[in-house]
Write a protein that binds this ligand. Structure first.
Ligand code: SAM
Ligand code: SF4
Length: 474
């Protein structure tokens, strides 16, 4: 890949606002035949251009909106089957020197109880999460000058070092922290992070400037080039995102897609995941109670569906910011990864007095425990929860992963591996009720498996799990 200069005046803005506005203007009031044509193209699973995506978002015909949802559902089923990857966020620090007008951690918020976990506290939090059955964590950090890349790397090591009874271990640590320089990214790559995640929040420069009034995050271009630098440092899997509610959603979706394309052009592969948080109320952040561009439920669902069609092989991540019922709808139209049982402040999982608005980043929409969520998605809706980390541990990441994903590999490997991790969860952590419902789902899934050779391998491994072996994957 080309080297990405890290000094500000060398960084270019590859988000062409004029081009995006033209694409949106061209997409207004689209012909029904054009929308249908784009949906047919989408079904080929080669993705869509930003303009084509804008056409879907600008469609106002109700029947065609349903067709957009159905197309997204069919792509989702075809590529991901009924598997859902689960993770939990782990907040390491809420100390932050930035002034993001929408976030409860912003430096101006004097009401917030500031905390940074010590190694011992990290240990406690991870133990609680492991004992619930989690295997994949997303570490979240405010941005403070006293916390450098070496410190972040150490917190990752701390998390990986915690093992507890049964199958308790964290097998993939993803991180969401402020952009680093290439050297810093190298440090966190070396300690074995999975995905590096960073959201641009909004790609509209003027709005970005208005909402980020102090601290390192004021530098739009430094953030825009974070993914390039992460990849230059050897991190294969990166996660992008937009915070919806800050600016005009169609603009931000298109800009995000242009960002994906630029990364693919320069680094050979686009993002591994995309996130789309919606602004949630947060104490000490007025704008979060009154978003300048509120995105309705329907509009938001269309964004998720359009992204599923536009970038079919990119993981789409949904957090507990959304409530349980709406999360189910969004899973149907494209979401492939879900956070579960989340708490959003440092120390929250081991806090006996949990429910402290004065320390958390924002309010959570889905408060159910991991077991309750699993009972619902598996028992009632037939989704297979997965904690699989096989690809990452077998080096199937970045470009290599994308190539494999396009050959039906997700169904061939991810589903059986997902079932194996689900079995592990049921054996070690599930409530009686969830175990019963889960085992029934596994039975049905195995029965429906059509490749006899693979079915036998899977059945053998499930039996070995029942006999006490752990961490089996294909
Ligand atoms: N400090 C790092 C940064 O800003 O990139 C990473 C951690 S920050 C807590 C993670 C993300 O939370 C932000 O990128 C933003 O999109 C999201 N966020 C901030 N305030 C929010 C709010 N009020 N509601 C929903 N999401 C919010
Ligand atoms: Fe700090 Fe990140 Fe919150 Fe901004 S979004 S105030 S950088 S934690």
């Amino acid at each position: 890949m080309k080297s990405n200069n890290t000094t500000q005046h060398n960084l270019t803005n590859f988000i062409d606002e004029q081009l995006i506005n033209e694409e949106i203007a061209r997409a207004e009031n689209p012909d029904k035949s054009l929308v249908r044509e784009i949906l047919d193209k989408g079904l080929e699973r080669n993705g869509l251009t930003p303009y084509e995506t804008a056409v879907l978002l600008k469609n106002k015909d109700k029947e065609l909106d349903e067709a957009i949802f159905e197309t997204a559902m069919s792509i989702k089923k075809g590529i991901y089957g009924n598997r859902l990857v689960l993770f939990a966020p782990l907040y390491i620090t809420n100390e932050c020197g930035n002034q993001c007008e929408y976030c409860g951690f912003n430096a101006k918020n004097r009401e917030l109880d500031r905390r940074t976990l010590t190694a011992e506290e990290i240990h406690k939090e991870v133990e609680v999460l492991e004992n619930q059955g989690h295997k994949r964590l997303l570490l979240v950090y405010g941005e403070h000058p006293k916390h450098d890349a070496e410190w972040i790397a150490q917190t990752v090591r701390d998390v990986y070092s915690v093992t507890s009874e049964k199958s308790g271990e964290i097998r993939r640590v993803n991180i969401n922290c402020a952009p680093l320089d290439v050297e810093g990214f190298r440090k966190i790559h070396e300690v074995g992070i999975g995905t590096y995640q960073c959201f641009q929040e909004t790609y509209h420069q003027e709005t970005y400037k208005k909402l980020h009034t102090g601290g390192r995050k004021t530098d739009f271009l430094w953030r825009l080039h974070a993914m390039h630098r992460a990849m230059e440092a050897g991190i294969d899997d990166v996660g992008m995102g937009v915070l919806f509610g800050l600016y005009e959603p169609t603009f931000d979706v298109l800009a995000l897609l242009h960002h994906c394309r630029q990364l693919e052009k320069d680094c050979g592969v686009g993002p591994h995941t995309i996130s789309f948080p919606r602004l949630e109320p947060a104490l000490g952040a007025e704008i979060a109670f009154n978003p300048p561009y509120p995105t309705s439920g329907h509009e938001f669902k269309k964004i998720v569906a359009a992204l599923r069609i536009a970038v079919p092989y990119t993981g789409l991540i949904l957090t507990t910011r959304e409530n349980a019922e709406f999360r189910r709808e969004l899973i149907e139209v494209g979401v492939s990864q879900l956070s579960a049982g989340s708490r959003t402040y440092p120390g929250a999982y081991s806090d006996p007095e949990y429910d402290r608005p004065d320390v958390q980043q924002f309010c959570i929409g889905d408060n159910r425990s991991l077991d309750e969520i699993i009972h619902s998605i598996a028992g009632e809706h037939g989704y297979v929860p997965s904690w699989c980390t096989a690809c990452y541990r077998m080096g199937r990441t970045g470009e290599h992963f994308m190539e494999l994903a396009k050959t039906g590999f997700i169904q061939e490997f991810c589903l059986p591996n997902g079932l194996l991790t689900f079995k592990e969860y049921l054996e070690d952590y599930a409530s009686e009720e969830t175990r019963k419902a889960g085992n029934e789902l596994i039975r049905k899934e195995v029965e429906a498996y059509d490749d006899p050779k693979r079915k036998k391998i899977l059945m053998d491994r499930l039996a070995r799990m029942e006999a006490g072996e752990r961490d089996l994957y294909i």
